[in-house]
Design a protein around this ligand. Structure first.
Ligand code: NAD
Length: 459
């Protein structure tokens, strides 16, 4: 498991072990044994599946591409997690992401376990015919271990609706006569996907931030006003004033989170910077996010990267290097691109006092420690980016029932679920010395431990 995830899980287990009110029937040696069991269950995946997909490329050559499906834990339900197409995919990364899914689902009370998949390719270098074959082969190689009640994949970096539609259709061909709509989530709506799924992660990222900085602070202002907790000070220092927001990554998560921030009527934001794999665009007076979204839709997802392109769009912005977004003078930084963007070697340059993890693990453990000591608020991935899996759960439900919800209903249920989690975590966060990430992990580990104990699995 990732050193940061593994270390926090162990820290949670140590705290729970010493808390006599937690599982009070477990005493002495039995307690020690049970917590050892828990440590090993949570730190290792149940199953690692690896295959080499045999693909004939358009030029006639045959390649074998490494692919993974890693099933971390299914205590709370079938394994669930995305499939990533990226050149840096490797077993350790997929295992870490699968473990994060187990904890994320436990935290948000989504009845799934944790899994993750990956294929070691750079999708931009493949034609759509080749990608279609890769998707079909992925399902063929892993068909024994995936399925609506076993393991339900979804999109992740480099995959989207198109790939989920292809994969579901292959699953349907391989298992004739069996229900197939629940085999993959993140499908197009016409193929049994859920309204609102595409926007769910980005909307959830922004909602988490807004709920914490606006709704929660307002509703709890009495006791918070007298608190000397450093995170309360940071939060109150950012309440009721215009906030400047920078967003790294302008794909599915980043563009939707930017648009939510741009449109928000609760907080008076300015989205001053957005970035992608090529550039950062910066304007301290704010950027027109709808115009940029329209442009990326026409340009394979890329932001305008030249003065001419900006002039054509009538957008005024400085064009900076892609990493510059991390170091700008902004109140809030939403990280929605990749892992390990803020590390020990660049954390000192980060000025924002509120960081929101839209991507998984964009802040390393070392950088997290430095920021936390500074009183910076970090809204962690496990809390902020769960919108995708929550709406995937709604999609799975709709597929099982073949009854479909309106978009409005999906968002209402999404925000209710996220609000419930936030209300169970924020009072503890603002009241004790644990970071928000630690509080979320404690909550998730407590839930998993209790279920495992009641199932008689802690021997
Ligand atoms: P995406 O592929 O749609 O977008 C990724 C964005 O990051 C693009 O704008 C791309 O140009 C940019 N980017 C790529 N390399 C970069 C680099 N080196 N520096 C800066 N920017 C770079 O992906 P997405 O679906 O938006 O996912 C983004 C992150 O969120 C990933 O870490 C993913 O695991 C995580 N996530 C996504 C979902 C989901 O539902 N899509 C759910 C949970 C977590």
């Amino acid at each position: 498991m990732a050193s940061q995830t593994g270390a926090i899980v162990q820290q949670s287990l140590n705290a729970l072990m010493g808390d006599s009110s937690f599982l009070p029937n477990l005493q002495d040696q039995a307690r020690e044994q049970a917590f050892k069991s828990l440590g090993s269950i949570l730190s290792t995946p149940n199953k690692v599946h690896k295959a080499f997909l045999r693909i004939t490329l358009d030029n006639g050559s045959v390649v074998r591409i490494p692919a993974y499906r890693i099933q971390h834990n299914d205590t709370l339900g079938p394994y669930k997690g995305g499939i990533r197409f990226h050149e840096s995919v490797n077993e350790e990364e997929v295992t870490n992401l699968a473990a994060l899914m187990t904890l994320k689902n436990a935290l948000h009370e989504v009845p799934f376990g944790g899994g993750k998949g990956g294929v070691v390719i750079s999708p931009r270098n493949y034609s759509s015919k080749e990608l279609y074959t890769i998707c079909k082969k992925y399902v063929q190689y892993f068909s024994d271990v995936i399925g609506p009640d076993k393991d339900i994949p979804a999109p992740d970096m480099g995959t989207g609706e198109r790939e989920m539609d292809w994969m579901m259709s292959e699953y349907k061909s391989i298992t004739p006569g069996f229900p197939y709509l629940g085999s993959f989530t993140g499908k197009s709506v016409i193929n049994g996907g859920s309204l609102g799924r595409r926007e769910a992660t980005g909307k959830g990222v922004y909602y988490t931030f807004r709920y914490m900085l606006h709704d929660f602070l307002k509703s709890q202002s009495g006791w918070l006003a007298g608190s000397s907790n450093p995170y309360v000070q940071t939060a109150l220092g950012h309440a009721d004033r215009q906030l400047s927001i920078a967003v790294q990554g302008f794909g599915n998560v980043g563009s939707v989170a930017s648009l939510e921030a741009y449109k928000c009527s609760y907080l008076h934001n300015k989205v001053v910077a957005v970035s992608d794999r090529n550039v950062t665009l910066y304007n301290p007076d704010g950027l027109s996010i709808p115009t940029l979204i329209e442009y990326t839709a026409r340009n394979r997802g890329d932001l305008p990267g030249t003065e001419e392109a900006l002039a054509e769009l009538d957008i005024k912005a400085e064009i900076l290097g892609r990493e510059e977004v991390l170091y700008l003078n902004a109140d809030v930084l939403i990280l929605a691109a990749l892992e390990e963007q803020i590390r020990g070697d660049n954390v000192e340059r980060v000025k924002a006092r509120i960081l929101v993890e839209g991507a998984n693990a964009p802040i390393t453990g070392e950088a997290d420690e430095v920021l936390t000591k500074r009183g910076t608020i970090i809204i962690p991935d496990i809390l902020a980016n769960a919108g995708g899996v929550i709406v995937s759960y709604f999609e799975w439900l709709q597929g099982r029932e073949t009854q479909f919800f309106t978009e409005e209903h999906v968002y209402t249920m999404l925000f209710e679920k996220m609000q419930k989690t936030l209300n169970s975590i924020l009072p503890a966060y603002f009241g004790d010395s644990y970071s928000l990430r630690e509080n979320c992990y404690n909550h998730a580990v407590m839930k998993l431990s209790t279920v495992l104990y009641k199932q008689g699995k802690l021997y």
